[in-house]
Ligand binder design. Structure first.
Ligand SMILES: Nc1ncnc2c1ncn2[C@@H]1O[C@H](COP(=O)(O)OP(=O)(O)O)[C@@H](O)[C@H]1O
Ligand SMILES: [Mg+2]
Length: 249
């Protein structure tokens, strides 16, 4: 029976085993519409595996994963899930270095158009409008003519977030965006993700505690495939188990 939920993402009792090792062990998390949620936890805690389940890359052995209360993510394939409006940004940027920022954005838009429009490279007026809006949103208006390869690491990450936004996702899953960023890039990224919440539901995995603090949102701490603690950053930071397995190392 499908549970009644208003959550955008509802994960309950998820377990995933790899050769008998439980990467997820009875994991439950749910995200409200427009919520921004940070997920932290030591390496190997199951953070990426959780995102793999949500995007259909990995099938759970047990448990429930629902999108908008009615779409069963454990039976849909990756394309179907992406088309429902769940977008994921991986840790390593996949920006094409030999194309300009603008061309990279065009490529992301092509995903929304018919194959014929994509082949003909027909950009409608609203495509230019949304590309410019997105470029401004991610702080790349002045870099539209630059090659992807010439961007700083932070700019590449923002471009990739922009490329995701052009696909108008309802949910954004962002895995370790601040890794390798300078302090000022890290703070800008936190501001960007905060600005996306409300309109989008955003789940961000990150290790950088200053970044998590800057997000100022509810935090879920994972450990050994399950939720160890959940709440505000001050709340989870004062949890003794969290200090033992994560913060105190
Ligand atoms: N495809 C896989 N095959 C085997 N083991 C995996 C696979 N994916 C992840 N794992 C293991 O599952 C555990 C959780 O990994 P992961 O979800 O990547 O952790 P995190 O993202 O929190 O660092 C790790 O011990 C990892 O080695
Ligand atoms: Mg990971």
């Amino acid at each position: 029976m499908i549970p009644v939920t208003r959550s955008v993402l509802y994960l309950d009792g998820l377990s995933v085993s790899f050769d008998g090792f439980k990467a997820l062990n009875n994991l439950s998390i749910d995200l409200a519409p427009g919520e921004l949620r940070a997920v932290i936890g030591p390496n190997g805690a199951g953070k990426s595996t959780m995102m793999d389940v949500v995007t259909g890359k990995t099938r759970p052995d047990e448990g429930t994963a629902l999108f908008l209360g009615s779409h069963d993510l454990t039976v849909l394939d990756e394309t179907e899930i992406a088309n429902l409006g769940i977008g994921r940004k991986f840790q390593k940027p996949s920006v094409i270095e030999t194309l300009t920022v603008e061309e990279n954005l065009e490529l992301a838009l092509a995903g929304n158009r018919s194959p014929w429009q994509a082949i003909m490279q027909i950009l409608r007026p609203q495509d230019h409008r949304s590309m410019n809006e997105v470029a401004s949103r991610v702080g790349l208006t002045d870099a539209l003519d630059q090659l992807g390869g010439a961007l700083s690491h932070g700019q590449k990450q923002w471009l990739e977030i922009g490329m995701l936004l052009l696909q108008e996702p309802k949910v954004l899953l962002v895995d370790e965006p601040a890794a390798g960023m300078t302090d000022s890039e890290t703070l800008k990224t936190a501001e960007l993700l905060k600005s996306l919440a409300g309109e989008h539901t955003v789940m961000v995995v990150e290790h950088d505690m200053e970044f998590v603090e800057a997000l100022g949102c509810k935090v879920t701490v994972l450990h050994e495939g399950r939720v160890l603690a959940e709440g505000s950053l001050p709340h989870v930071s004062s949890n003794n188990e969290v200090i033992d397995v994560y913060l105190g190392r």
